[in-house]
Design a protein around this ligand. Structure first.
Ligand SMILES: *Cc1c(COP(=O)(O)O)cnc(C)c1O
Length: 399
């Protein structure tokens, strides 16, 4: 494996990387202050500030920093009371983390297909599952096929674009389900003018190296519910009830974000507005180059959405282009341009073969056709032109 080609790692030898962190604000100053004062571990003023600043940005009352985004999702499920043999509806076209986190609790994923228009969780598919495949038994919404209790919906806002949340919130209300937004890829995106992360009952973010802002590794849980917030802090600090005598009433986790990383988060958050502007500029240039090119479908943006275009992605129609997305990936690699397919849809994942099998044809089609292009916030116009020219040259028969 060539480490230079891993997302999040800087790339050498003239290769244009997919997405790398840019650390040009107060990162050094704030981290140095942690080192100088010795406040490097899981309590400290930067943890408090990062939680306060992120909650203020998203528009929630509470935020709890976690060691990574996956841990934040795990904790969100725990505080929502999800456990053994419950079921959680989740987007099938997603990075695997939310699906794995559902299994950590002993619950099971119910895979929901994507909408063709937005590539996001299809609210119609959610409605069909709840209306047709479930019934109330002893006061509990139950999956008729598995007999398991259906407890929550986890829409994943992929690629910086929001899920169509209104119908999902209506269904959650109708069926008394908790909504946990996985907003890892969409910090700053808006749905009908409202920030993602402030719509469901709980939401989570990731600050992994290739996310919109990074702490190296890190995550955050946000909520308006004070009880959820208190429990999230509790579960993420080993469920410690008495810090002098070390008394624990529950099995907790060591999921707190170290202060030294929170310091980096504070510095990154200061630059988020600038980063989003850059992401939009990059997306606008790509849209301009590809929107009238037959055989290439650029990442959509719904009328009701303000996307942050996290990983700029296009669909390749092999019938028209004479080669598929993987051919393009190899062509770009030969031209020292890093690109990447989207994730294998979770319903096809061997890791989740024992979960209920459901047909998700749209996600499969998107997976076959999608390819993400370089979109680091420091991508130069010249490098972007190189990417565009290479894609168009391939499309016009260089393959
Ligand atoms: C990155 C990501 C996560 C997990 O984040 P980590 O911080 O890497 O644990 C979860 N969900 C989605 C959709 C992601 O893209």
């Amino acid at each position: 494996m060539n480490i230079l080609h891993e997302p999040g790692a800087p790339s050498g030898n003239g290769t244009i990387p997919l997405s790398v962190p840019v650390l040009q604000g107060n990162e050094w100053n704030y981290i140095k202050e942690c080192l100088d004062t010795g406040w490097v571990s899981s309590v400290g003023s930067y943890v408090d500030r990062f939680e306060r600043d992120l909650a203020a940005f998203v528009g929630t009352k509470h935020a709890v920093a976690c060691v990574n985004g996956t841990a934040a999702i795990h904790v969100a499920l725990l505080v929502a009371g999800i456990g053994q043999d419950d079921e959680v509806l989740v987007s099938t076209l997603t990075f695997i983390a939310p699906v794995n986190a559902i299994r950590y609790t002993g619950a099971w994923p119910v895979f929901i297909d994507s909408e063709l228009d937005t590539w996001q969780m299809d609210p119609q598919a959610v409605a069909e599952f709840l209306d047709q495949d479930c019934e109330v038994r002893n006061g509990q919404l139950t999956n008729k096929q598995t007999g398991r209790a259906v407890k929550a919906i986890m829409p994943v806002h992929i690629l910086g674009h929001p899920v169509d949340m209104a119908p999902i919130m209506d269904l959650a209300k109708k069926y008394d389900l908790v909504v946990i937004e996985d907003a890892s890829e969409a910090l700053g995106a808006q749905y009908k003018g409202q920030n993602v992360g402030a719509i469901g009952d709980i939401a989570t973010f990731s600050f992994n190296g290739n996310k919109i802002i990074t702490t190296g590794g890190g995550g955050m849980l946000v909520t308006d519910n004070p009880d959820f917030a208190r429990k999230a802090k509790y579960f993420s600090t080993q469920a410690k009830d008495d810090s002098l005598e070390y008394i624990h009433h529950e099995i907790g986790y060591n999921y707190r974000l170290p202060n030294v990383l929170a310091a980096m988060g504070c510095a990154q958050l200061e630059q988020l507005g600038k980063y989003i502007e850059k992401k939009l500029e990059i997306a606008t240039r790509y849209q301009g180059a590809f929107s009238r090119t037959e055989g290439i479908t650029p990442l959509p943006e719904a009328k009701w959405a303000d996307s942050v275009f996290w990983l700029y992605t296009i669909l390749i129609d092999p019938e028209v282009c004479g080669g598929d997305s993987r051919d393009l990936l190899r062509y770009l690699r030969a031209h020292r341009i890093q690109s990447r397919p989207l994730w294998q849809p979770a319903h096809l994942s061997p890791a989740h073969q024992y979960s209920l099998q459901r047909a998700c044809p749209t996600a499969e089609r998107l997976n076959a056709q999608a390819i993400s292009l370089p979109c680091s916030v420091d991508l130069t116009e010249a490098d972007q032109t190189r990417v565009i020219d290479a894609v168009l040259a391939w499309r016009d028969g260089a393959n």
